[in-house]
Design a protein around this ligand. Structure first.
Ligand SMILES: N[C@@H](CCC(=O)N[C@@H](CS)C(=O)NCC(=O)O)C(=O)O
Length: 202
């Protein structure tokens, strides 16, 4: 399989984790290399990465559709029971639509401007929104090892988000002990070391 990738993209990192946890090997191609750009952009009407080209030649360009494909064809990533599957999908969506936009305010501001030009109000708003999301996620996790009975979509999605948050100076605050312990366990998995970006930009 081939994955058109961007190391610091949270959707790509989620997919890299999902591939690794499913036991798939994929050739990673950096989508930002000019020599590859027109090729992968021709594969997707959205012009976004990740884009996965399967062994059978199928092209999948939405990270969540890629995750569904990996769950269907492998034997990891979704729990056994319908209720837990719903929880896995809902929290994956929550990561994309709530956690992601909160962190974007912090990460884009810090990544795109020199430190002395940072808009601290924007960063603070991002931090507050991130913490609101953490309140919800801490309640969802409780004292469980995983968000939905076993390693599944939210582990991939939130590991990537928390990894980016930490790299950009927004680690999980100490009052979220259960989330901190969960993230520590995720970082100890071989998939984390195998997929973590090299943080060129930070
Ligand atoms: N809903 C899409 C979002 C993907 C997305 O927004 N990717 C961004 C990078 S994080 C992108 O490809 N931007 C265009 C580019 O980098 O050329 C998915 O889940 O795959």
């Amino acid at each position: 399989m081939i994955l058109y990738d961007k190391p610091e993209c949270p959707f790509c990192w989620k997919v890299r984790l999902a591939l690794h946890e499913s036991g798939y090997a994929a050739e990673l191609i950096d989508s930002q290399d000019l020599e590859h750009r027109s090729h992968w952009q021709a594969l997707t009407p959205k012009k976004t990465v990740p884009v996965l080209v399967t062994d059978g030649g199928d092209v999948i360009y939405e990270s969540n559709v890629i995750l569904e494909y990996l769950a269907e064809t492998g034997n990891a990533l979704l729990p056994a029971t319908p209720g837990a599957r719903i929880q896995a999908r809902l929290l994956n969506s929550y990561s994309d639509t709530v956690v992601g936009p909160a962190l974007r305010e912090i990460i884009f501001e810090k990544r795109d401007r020199p430190r002395d030009a940072w808009d601290m109000d924007r960063i603070k708003a991002g931090e507050l929104a991130f913490e609101e999301a953490l309140d919800y996620l801490a309640a969802q996790l409780g004292q469980s090892d995983y968000f939905a009975t076993e390693y599944s979509f939210p582990e991939c999605a939130l590991t990537a988000r928390f990894g980016l948050a930490e790299a950009y100076g927004a680690p999980i605050p100490d009052r979220y002990g259960n989330l901190q312990r969960w993230f520590k366990r995720m970082k100890q998995r071989p998939s984390y070391r195998a997929t973590e970006p090299s943080w060129k930009a930070t």
